[in-house]
Design a protein around this ligand. Structure first.
Ligand code: HEM
Length: 494
């Protein structure tokens, strides 16, 4: 009787298995129960909702960070694969053709999508989360602020700030580039957006922004001790501060006292009086909620990315002394021409031809924003595979940046590869299309000014070469933060 039972169970399971297979074949479905159309390769995991979520979370905590999850599957399946995480299907694509189709989005087949916790913490009116229609309006208003005049003002402001910050290193031996770069980029954003300069206020805002960033990545659990709740609380404090500032700006508008702060907030509050507007006169101005959410968005988008990029750049230069030498030669010859002036100008930066390539190559190698999330609005076909409406489709910028058919010897740090124009859609450090980074020029300015001042003020060497990445970070960040040992450079003028 017992033996019979032990034979019947596996036998029945076997029969069930074959029946299911027969059913799937007759109904034109594959083993996962999907219709036999050509879906991208990849695994949906063993359990329905969980899918490959646990693998993804394990990658987040690994030495190589969350991107290692994508990288492993890219190696296994190629330029297009699918996975199932947090109950949703995600497709990753990494060819220039697919990047063009998705990012240019000429046919309106895709839209941007962020997970719920991101939307709640950064705000539903943020450029990152707003509906297609609102996004267009907000983006047009913000674009008006990034003029050549504001770039020129920003160059001077940022240079002043870097000179001041670097002078404080004089009595230090060791400096962590990421910490210093985050402070500098946060101060720069506060000044440009809000004319906020008070050290304490900037410090408090930086802490709140960091809580918001952590909340954006956290599980949306609203208990007082969770990162998500802390992110929301920090957001509320920032919103209150911005509300107060907006009221002050409105009051100033009617006052007879002349104020010279023409920061971004002022321009957005006062509207087209301040802007040589390209947006039509009939276009609605932004609501307070839109202004507040997008000031917060710009602080986050501008601070963390640029801070991380600077620390990667210093690490790559330290790892590649011959590049550092060529860069030093360029900067020292420029230094001879600019020493008489107090601060760098945009024209000076335009002369930093090799340095600009160093910046570009650092951003390619680091791929600070490793993939760009979108969602398919209709069933469609990408690289010969069927993509279902509602699936997440991510353009894997990092794989494109490391594709040996696009970049020879892609893991070598070689700025001179940009002597020639890169192939269309192969360089995605700032994205492409209607969602391209608004701060591309600002980021370049910050990185060039920082390079110039670092190389002319100090000699340095990285003291911890570890290239592990931080586990829970919004953007790709070095875990060590890139610590350096510095010695001051004394030139003839000292
Ligand atoms: C090295 C520094 C930076 C990098 C690598 C970077 C990268 C990017 C990328 C890749 C995107 C597009 C993402 C997508 O298409 O899904 C983006 C969007 C954006 N970036 Fe940056 N960024 C940097 C600095 C800045 C700065 C300084 C600002 C300052 C305002 C800024 C503001 C924005 C905004 C507002 C968006 C959203 C644009 C939209 O959705 O229409 N970024 N950035």
């Amino acid at each position: 009787m017992e033996l019979g039972f032990f034979l019947i169970v596996p036998f029945s399971l076997l029969i069930c298995y074959f029946l299911k297979k027969l059913w799937l074949i007759s109904h034109n479905h594959n083993q996962n129960g999907e219709s036999r159309v050509n879906f991208p390769p990849g695994s949906r995991g063993l359990l329905p909702y969980i899918g490959e979520t646990l693998h993804f979370v394990a990658a987040i905590y690994s030495k190589h960070g969350f991107y290692s999850f994508v990288q492993a599957r890219h190696l296994r399946y190629g330029n297009c694969f699918k996975t199932h995480i947090f109950g949703e299907t995600h497709v990753f694509v990494s060819s220039t053709e697919s990047a063009k189709e998705i990012l240019s989005n000429d046919l309106g087949k895709f839209t941007k999508k962020y997970i719920r916790s991101i939307g709640e913490v950064i705000g539903s009116e943020s450029l990152l989360c707003a509906s297609h229609k609102s996004h267009k309006l907000i983006r047009r208003h913000l674009l008006d602020l990034f003029t050549s005049r504001s770039n020129a003002d920003f160059t001077k402001q940022f240079d002043e700030l870097v000179v001041k910050s670097l002078s404080k290193w004089e009595y230090k031996e060791n400096v962590v580039i990421l910490d210093e770069a985050l402070k500098m980029s946060c101060k720069a954003m506060c000044k440009m957006l809000l004319s906020l300069e008070d050290e304490n206020e900037v410090y408090m805002l930086q802490n709140d922004v960091s809580c918001v960033c952590q909340g954006m990545l956290a599980f949306p659990l609203k208990f007082p001790w969770t990162a998500f709740s802390k992110g929301l609380q920090a957001r509320n404090r920032i919103m209150k501060m911005l509300e107060k500032m907006i009221q002050e700006r409105r009051a100033r508008r009617h006052s007879t006292v002349i104020h010279d702060s023409k920061d971004f907030l002022q321009c957005l509050v006062v509207g087209r009086e301040c802007q040589p507007s390209s947006s039509s006169d009939t276009e609605p101005t932004l609501t307070d909620a839109q202004i507040k959410d997008n000031i917060l968005t710009m602080i986050i988008a501008g601070q963390d990315t640029t801070g991380s990029a600077m620390s990667w750049m210093v690490k790559y230069l330290d790892d590649n002394q011959e590049v550092l030498k060529a860069l030093q030669d360029e900067i020292h010859s420029l230094e001879k021409r600019v020493t008489d002036k107090s601060f760098l100008t945009l024209e000076d930066l335009n002369e930093m031809i090799y340095a600009a390539k160093v910046v570009k190559e650092s951003l390619r190698m680091a791929s600070i924003v490793p993939w760009f999330p979108r969602i398919a609005l209709h069933d469609c076909n990408i690289l010969g595979y069927t993509i279902k409406k509602g699936w997440n489709i991510n353009v894997d910028a990092r794989s494109i940046h490391c594709d040996p058919t696009l970049y020879r010897n892609p893991h070598k740090f070689d700025p001179s590869r940009f002597d020639n124009e890169a192939k269309a859609y192969s360089y995605l450090a700032f994205g492409v299309g209607g969602r391209t980074c608004l701060g591309t020029n600002l980021a370049r300015i910050m990185m060039l000014v920082f390079l110039y001042r670092l190389l002319t003020a100090y000699k340095w060497e990285v003291t911890d070469p570890d290239s592990s990445v931080e586990s829970w970070a919004l953007f790709s960040r070095l875990k060590t933060g890139c610590p350096i040992r510095i010695t001051q450079v004394y030139n003839q003028t000292n």
